[in-house]
Design a protein around this ligand. Structure first.
Ligand code: NDP
Length: 500
């Protein structure tokens, strides 16, 4: 008896990874599966390519990265269609994702020299006879491991910055979205045909594990917290540094002075875009008592209007069929423990789709509140005030993003969220702002992609001092005399002995 193939589940056939549409089962891509030896070879080739790429300098790389951006932008409809077919995401959402990725390529290319390039650093009075020189040198080969939910935005958030910094990149796309990953790499090869600077290796999780052990100089991982721990453990064997962008359970706080229509609109988008399969998706809302009922009504009205289906609908299918069970369990747990479904509910799970589900008064210890659901579901709980909202929002080990709606206190509340990012009076917007770093705390990982911090993740600080003149007060030499030491004591007391 042959096993029935569940649409969307990748399979391996004759040494090829076959990805299929989760909506229709139509084949989306067929890519060769890499062995551990293939991965090692790809990294070796990338090492040589990386030296060539680094040798191009910031100007040469900027010119090529902008050409890559140009090719992707001109073929945006084609890529959006592929993202839609392979992962199920509505084409409109795919366009937004690609647009955001283009902005990141653009910013990384244009700003790499300013952020990472050689510069003089001023000395202080001590060591005044020296000048400092600082630059951020590329690591060599960076391994990028990416998830399926934003198969353009997430790998580019690491790869574009790593490339701009002068590294070669070997990329392992998710087994659910290998064709999108290969498309990005192929477009890069069109504008950089000389050397394999940016390449992909395909396969299941073992290929990602092989990449961690392949001798890459750094690994940038985006995916679940559980896999992040495995990646870090594998990288620990060779002290390979890691950047981990892991899962989240982001909260939105709605204060008494919030614009409730705007809050409901952003909440519905933040929770349900990409059918809720968003690391920074809003999964929990804490609304203060005075506005709770009105806010819930507005959310339900908006979410209830959304369409669900294969083509042209607001919400597409759940990309990873196995996630359907998780979503179902979370809804069942919430309702079983006394939560109320004011929209959707247990019947909302209709594989491969899940209809928008809004759960209220859900116990804080239920899985729907504590664990990443990764579906178009939302819990909305009533709180006394924003202090209670912040306490509840911060009660989990995740800490990726968050959102606050309100006027007077909103920014102060956003700063108190235990998260790497927050949006005030919007949702998810920090992801598209290339001038702001992106990353989490706690179980959501560490390190930052995007912006200046994101560029610095992919360069090693190289510090050089250079003597300009003879030392008036010799200290780092055996030639110093007891009188010099006595003068050093005086200097220490004079310069640092005060309390201010
Ligand atoms: P996974 O952790 O399952 O997979 C991520 C990547 O790691 C995939 O390419 C996967 O390959 C690979 N992988 C699997 N096992 C190993 C291993 N042992 N060693 C090395 N690599 C391995 O995550 P998903 O793809 O399911 O993505 C969803 C998760 O990603 C969610 O938790 C979401 O929150 C998070 N995410 C975080 C973001 C952030 O920026 N913080 C952004 C987007 C998503 P394969 O697919 O072949 O198994």
């Amino acid at each position: 008896m042959t096993a029935v193939h569940v649409p969307g589940t990748p399979i391996i056939e004759d040494g090829r990874l076959v990805s299929t549409s989760p909506a229709t089962g139509a084949e989306a891509g067929r890519l060769p599966v890499a062995t551990a030896e293939d991965v090692a070879r790809a990294v070796d080739r990338a090492r040589a390519a990386g030296e060539w790429w680094a040798g191009l300098g910031f100007t040469g790389r900027r010119e090529r990265l902008l050409r890559w951006r140009g090719v992707i932008a001109r073929r945006i409809e084609e890529l959006a269609e592929l993202v839609h077919t392979e992962g199920g995401k509505p084409v409109g959402d795919a366009v937004v994702e690609i647009l955001t990725a283009l902005e990141h390529i653009d910013w990384a290319a244009r700003n790499a020299r300013r952020v990472l390039g050689p510069r003089r650093v001023r000395s202080r009075l001590i060591l005044a006879e020296f000048t400092g020189h600082l630059e951020y040198q590329p690591y060599g080969v960076v391994g990028v491991i990416g998830p399926w939910n934003y198969p353009v935005f997430t790998p580019i958030g690491s790869a574009a910055y790593a490339l701009a910094a002068g590294n070669a990149v070997v990329f392992k796309p998710s087994e659910y979205t290998p064709a999108v990953g290969q498309w990005l790499v192929d477009r890069f090869a069109e504008v950089v045909p000389e050397q394999p600077v940016f390449t992909a290796v395909h396969g299941l999780g073992d290929v990602g594990a092989a990449l961690c052990r392949s001798g890459v100089a750094k690994v940038a991982f985006t995916g679940s917290t559980a896999t992040a721990k495995k990646v870090m453990a594998a990288c620990a064997e060779s002290l390979t540094p890691v950047l981990l962008e892991a899962g989240g359970k982001d909260a939105m706080i709605v204060d008494a002075d919030a614009d409730l229509d705007a809050a409901a609109e952003a909440c519905v988008w933040g929770a349900l875009t990409n059918a809720g399969q968003t690391c920074i998706g809003i999964e929990r809302v804490y609304a203060v008592d005075q506005v709770f009922d009105a806010f819930v009504d507005k959310v339900v009205a908006r979410a209830g209007r959304l369409t669900v289906g294969p083509d042209g609908a607001d919400l597409g299918p759940i990309t990873m069929p196995s996630q359907l069970d998780v979503i179902r369990r979370h809804i069942d747990d919430a309702v079983g423990r006394g939560g109320r479904a004011v929209l959707g509910g247990p019947d909302a799970v209709q594989p491969p789709y899940v209809h928008p589900t809004v759960l209220v008064d859900v116990p804080e210890d239920s899985t729907a509140v504590r664990e990443e659901t990764f579906g178009p579901t939302l819990t909305v709980n009533r709180v006394r005030d924003v202090d209670e909202a912040v306490d509840r929002a911060n009660a989990l080990s995740y800490g990726l993003g968050g959102s606050v709606f309100g006027r007077k206190r909103a920014v102060a509340v956003a700063r108190r969220l235990r998260s790497g990012m927050a949006s005030v009076n919007s949702a998810l917007t920090f992801a598209g702002m290339s001038t702001l770093p992106f990353g989490g705390v706690g179980d959501s990982g560490f390190g930052r992609i995007h912006a200046e911090d994101g560029l610095r993740e992919f360069g090693r600080a190289k510090s050089i001092t250079r003597r300009r003149a003879r030392s008036l007060l010799p200290s780092m030499t055996f030639e110093r005399t007891p009188a010099d030491v006595a003068r050093l004591v005086k200097v220490a007391k004079l310069m640092y002995g005060r309390n201010r």
